[in-house]
Design a protein around this ligand. Sequence first.
Ligand code: NAP
Ligand code: ZN
Ligand code: ZN
Length: 349
Amino acid sequence: MLVQAYGAYAGDQPLEPLAIKRRQPGPHDVQIDIAFCGVCHSDLHQVRSEWAGTQFPCVPGHEIVGRVTAVGEHVHTFQPGDLVGVGCIVDSCRHCPDCEEGLENYCDNMVGTYNAPTQDEPGWTLGGYSQKIVVHEHYVLRIRHPEDQLAAVAPLLCAGITTYSPLRHWNVGPGKRVGVVGIGGLGHMGIKIAHALGAHVVAFTTSESKREAAKALGADEVVVSRHTEEMAVQAKRLDFILNTVAAPHKLDAFLGLLKRDGTMALVGAPASPHPSPNVFNLITKRRALAGSMIGGIPETQEMLDFCAEHGIVADIELIRANEINTAYERMLKGDVKYRFVIDNGTLIA
Ligand code: NAP
Ligand code: ZN
Ligand code: ZN
């Protein structure tokens, strides 16, 4: 089946319309008409070859929402018409210890929604900047938000789970002071979710223009990280920091804000490394520096249900498919509050 998509033929080329093939649904597959797809900074890193190993043509997109149009004969949990989502994972081995614990995100054979090996043509996966996708039922999520929020639900499939999972893993909740660094697509979800979990949230931004906006998202305090006096006020005050920044920066500036035994988890994945942190910032207060990658399928469903229950969606700017290259430039400048979402209906316009 041929469908319309948007992708790039090389890392230094803009994205453009192209036609791609989708497989016919197998016995356990779900075929989805994609209504909307969020634009993650990882899409930009990958399609511009900022990370190693991009295969071209590359069709990014792993914040997918839409409606089921067909299911394989063994699929009993979904039926045509259902509202569903697909995030960053479309396959995994399903029998290793990670998969058995529902942590498919850490499976050595996890198959990403784009740029991962597959038997389908052309040999690597192609993502959600496309009209349709066919996915094994295990990796399809149910959406319980009202349908008119569908576009704003899309970013939960990556930005939502990538922030929810570490916030839960490090027990963020009432009585905890939590820092969220970088108020972009991930960071703004981190603020909303940490607030809904009952924590005291301190947002850190490089953008003066986000100072008031971050409060509206649920931050109790906002620090413009370029101002040393404002940073000094937070010294040794935080239990946990979620660092979402998409560029290399000095981690020491934030490690010093952790209490004894505090942890900073990095989720940002910049193309080049951060300067090495000063080990004394870790050992003198038994602090930990950690990382976290998206989340498993059961936890992604839990996050979607949590967000539906708490009325949480992303703050989005809806774009046409042919606006994607401009959207990337604006994302690089931090000029989006807070997530671009493609209206996939415009792929055929
Ligand atoms: P984004 O919307 O571009 O947000 C990143 C934010 O980081 C910006 O809004 C900006 O916030 C801050 N920032 C950017 N450049 C900076 C710089 N040079 N110095 C200081 N701060 C800077 O990106 P995103 O979609 O949230 O993704 C963030 C990162 O997470 C990307 O590297 C992405 O690849 C990665 N990611 C990782 C996972 C995972 O599983 N670990 C999943 C998804 C994405 P302020 O304006 O507030 O300073
Ligand atoms: Zn992503
Ligand atoms: Zn596995």
